[in-house]
Design a protein around this ligand. Structure first.
Ligand code: S3P
Length: 452
């Protein structure tokens, strides 16, 4: 449970970026030689990737100093696992790995927790089938599924029908073990880690702008060279202490070394439009990724209209933006957010339900949301007798704990166990800044993701 915050102050240490951590392990696995990764996110999602790669015959180990060592087996070098790959809650891991597996001559069974088993996989199995892989999925194109990777996959040019970095990346990963050139055309740009990281690992990847959008092309059967990698802090996780700081009574919070891919920073652009006391300092490059330090301080916020064109650059940040909108001055509107319905939970519904429980007026449609802000006054809140339903979704839990810092009666959430998928240490980190969070209502009696 989170109570109204007075001063929040200090430096928040935020774990490594989730998107980059998955990709660092996967590219390390496909490289020739030894890759050393520092700053890896040791959350459940990324540990699921590490576990799956081990089952596929890749030595992946954590050293005493916290660095991770991957002894790459080379493109095409994965071996058939003798057990099911359980990807837990990790949608990115599942979809990117399917891309890799689809061009390996292997049979693999993949599953995940209750949330992942509900998420659409056809968005990757369709293009990967066109390249020659075969899939046998549960009803509705979902997990569990069996993939038979192609013995000799066929290159293709794929125009993305959904704005998704995961789909783009799955096809490009498949292209690595496909003779010839595989291209993805994205009409609307998405996060660029896959391309930047493939280049960091020595691959030739080209991009060209055309009328239909940006065409990204990878040449198959090139050698990937092991490369050390330092993972920057996750802007999606940094959002929680930073928005908390905006909502507090006073003080300032700093998060250092945050990944600033322009296709990840839509939240920060939006907060700036809201008049937030927020600055980015010390911009630099780390392992090919743009990085900077973010500083946020308490202050008034005004309502904002977020256009659909910005959705890809802040797709994981709408829940925490909703917390900021709830205390802003005026009515905020988010458009083009239908993809939120197929994340770890139906986040559009979960946010709307949580806000309503906290006494915040909210209206939604298929792919939009409107929130009437309190004009700087605390929102009512949701006590332990009527806690916010997180639907076992890490970002819903953290977002509403942040909103609790600007509430009259506090906000309780029905579960916190899933926070560990992306931000282990969230509660102590927030407490170290002075946030009154805890004790937590946490149902530990059933395994995460399989709870009703
Ligand atoms: C991710 C892409 C996004 C995002 C997810 C991570 C990635 O999903 O929501 O948390 O690492 O490529 P989509 O690309 O499917 O929108």
């Amino acid at each position: 449970m989170a109570q109204r915050a007075g001063t929040l102050d200090g430096v928040a240490v935020v774990p490594g970026d989730k998107s980059i951590s998955h990709r660092a392990l996967m590219l390390g696995a496909l490289a020739i030689g030894r890759t050393r990764v520092t700053g890896l996110l040791e959350g459940a999602d990324v540990l699921a990737t590490a576990g799956a790669l081990r089952r596929l015959g890749v030595p992946v180990d954590r050293q005493r100093d916290g660095a991770w060592i991957i002894d790459g087996v080379g493109v095409g070098g994965l071996s058939e696992p003798d057990t099911v790959l359980d990807m837990g809650n990790a949608g990115t891991a599942a979809r990117l790995l399917l891309g890799i597996l689809s061009s390996h001559d292997l049979r693999v069974v993949m599953t995940g927790d209750a949330s992942l088993r509900r998420r659409p996989m056809a968005r990757v199995t369709e293009p990967l089938s066109q390249m020659g892989a075969r899939f046998d999925c549960a009803a509705g194109g979902r997990l569990p599924l069996t993939v038979w990777g192609a013995r000799a996959s066929t290159p293709m040019v794929y125009a993305l029908p959904v704005v998704s970095a995961q789909v783009k990346s799955a096809v490009l990963f498949a292209g690595l073990n496909t003779m010839g050139e595989t291209s993805v055309i994205e009409a609307s740009p998405t996060r660029g880690h896959t391309v930047r990281m493939m280049r960091h690992f020595g691959c030739t990847v080209t991009t060209a702008r055309g009328r239909a959008g940006t065409r990204v092309t990878v040449r198959g059967w090139q050698e990937i060279s092991a490369a050390d990698f330092s993972v920057p802090a996750d802007p999606s996780s940094a959002a929680f202490p930073l928005v908390a700081s905006l909502l507090a009574g006073s003080g300032a919070v700093t998060v250092r070394g945050v990944c600033l891919d322009p296709l990840r920073t839509g939240l920060y652009d939006t907060l700036a439009e809201m008049g937030a006391n927020l600055s980015i300092e010390n911009r630099r490059e780390v392992s090919g990724e743009p990085v900077g330090d973010l500083v946020a301080g308490a202050g008034a916020l005004k309502a904002v209209a977020v256009p659909a064109t910005r959705a890809a650059s802040m797709i994981d940040e709408y829940p925490v933006l909703a917390a900021a909108a709830a205390v802003a001055n005026g009515t905020s509107r988010f458009d083009g957010i239908g993809e939120l319905r197929v994340k770890e939970s139906d986040r559009l519904a979960a946010v709307a339900d949580g806000l309503a429980r906290c006494g915040v007026p909210v209206r939604t449609g298929d792919d939009w949301m409107e929130i009437d802000g309190s004009g700087g006054r605390p929102v009512a809140g949701a006590g332990p007798d009527n806690p916010v339903a997180t639907l076992h979704d890490h970002r819903i839990a953290m977002s509403f704990l942040v909103l609790g810092l600007a509430s009259r009666d506090g906000v309780a959430v029905d579960d916190t166990a899933m926070i560990g998928t992306s931000f282990p240490g969230f509660v102590p980190t927030m407490q170290s800044l002075g946030a009154p969070i805890g004790p937590l209502t946490d149902r530990k009696d059933q395994p995460p993701g399989d709870r009703p």
